[in-house]
Design a protein around this ligand. Structure first.
Ligand SMILES: Nc1ncnc2c1ncn2[C@@H]1O[C@H](COP(=O)(O)OP(=O)(O)O)[C@@H](O)[C@H]1O
Ligand SMILES: [Mg+2]
Length: 312
């Protein structure tokens, strides 16, 4: 079997997720090369341990770059830290205003609050970067190499987290608004309100996109080993809890050769786990990818790998 349906024009965002070391980056890069044949494609990663540069065999980094040797393909390693500091620079005044007009905090208190790390906010901003890119519409396809499972799942809980955060701030504003209207009789929305509204819209948009099966697809990558099988189940279950339905599963590093005692033994062990997954995920399109003798990296290596992913 091969990966299917990724050329559908309405499908915009394709995420590759799974445990560390199972082949997410390799699959995401190869899929991006495949799609770039007919689509302007952006390959990007949110894994803090970026490896697109290693996989593609060329330096990428936190600005969008054309991939050398592949037409129509650009790549980006999103720096959550950079996104957060840009966000702070852009919105600090607004955030300050929210605290300033809503509470009895003095300047020092507000400085202290703004300096505090808000859990997950850097990743939210990473995702906001993605959302903004998609809205700009410069590319037809967006391929995301996600961080290993735990991290990626945290990313999915972020719309909720950010929503809570916006709610708390909005509540402060409402109290302030109430005071203003009772004393002055009139309330004029200001830039802090605009900011809250726009954050709220971003959250809704991220959520909407992730849950939209026509526009977004999450492909799970795994290997036929006990721990990977367990993590795959956790990932698929959690995704389903967030309303994201997985349709395709890649089982990577499968040993094909039965020519030696070692290969036969390994293959038998693998077969047990492949069987378990096939029994459990009867509704998934499962793609078996053989373990390659050589390293899979650089454009040439990925071109060959892509043939396996897309022609079976
Ligand atoms: N089918 C395969 N055969 C041989 N090597 C592979 C295969 N899939 C991936 N690799 C190699 O395994 C390593 C880990 O893959 P990578 O895609 O970086 O995993 P992840 O992104 O999930 O951590 C890389 O060096 C990659 O080239
Ligand atoms: Mg990786």
């Amino acid at each position: 079997m091969a990966l299917i349906g990724l050329l559908k024009p309405e499908l915009k965002l394709i995420l590759f997720g799974g445990k560390g070391g199972v082949g997410k980056t390799t699959c995401a890069s190869s899929a991006a090369i495949y799609l770039s044949r007919n689509n302007k494609t952006l390959l990007f990663s949110t894994d803090p341990a970026h490896s697109l540069s290693d996989s593609l065999g060329q330096k990428i980094g936190d600005e969008i770059k054309d991939v050398k040797g592949v037409e129509n393909l650009s790549a980006l390693e999103i720096s959550a830290e950079k996104a957060l500091s840009e966000f702070k620079m852009e919105y600090e005044d607004e955030i300050r205003k929210i605290f300033d007009t809503s509470t009895y905090l003095d300047k020092e208190d507000i400085d202290a609050i703004l300096g505090l790390p808000i859990p997950g906010i850097d990743e939210v901003m990473g995702f906001k970067t993605i959302m903004d890119l998609i809205e700009e519409g410069k590319f037809d396809k967006y391929i995301l190499d996600t961080a290993p499972t735990g991290h990626a799942l945290r990313l999915l809980t972020l719309p909720e987290l950010l929503d809570d955060w916006v709610k708390v701030l909005a509540k402060m504003r409402w109290k302030y608004r109430y005071m203003v209207t009772s004393f002055a009789g009139k309330y004029k929305p200001d830039s802090a309100d605009d900011f809250l509204m726009s954050m709220k819209r971003t959250v809704k948009k991220i959520e909407g996109l992730l849950k939209d099966q026509n526009r977004c697809e999450f492909i799970v990558v795994t290997i036929p080993e006990d721990m990977a099988v367990l993590e795959t189940k956790r990932l698929i279950d959690s995704l389903s809890k967030y309303g994201i339905k997985v349709r395709q599963l890649i089982i990577n590093n499968v040993i094909e050769s039965r020519d030696c005692e070692f290969c036969r033994e390994r293959r038998n062990v693998q077969e047990r786990y492949i069987g378990q997954m096939k029994d459990k995920y009867t509704d998934l399109n499962t793609v078996i990818v053989p373990l390659q003798a050589g390293e899979v990296k650089g454009i040439e290596g990925l071109e060959r790998f892509k043939e396996i992913l897309f022609s079976g």
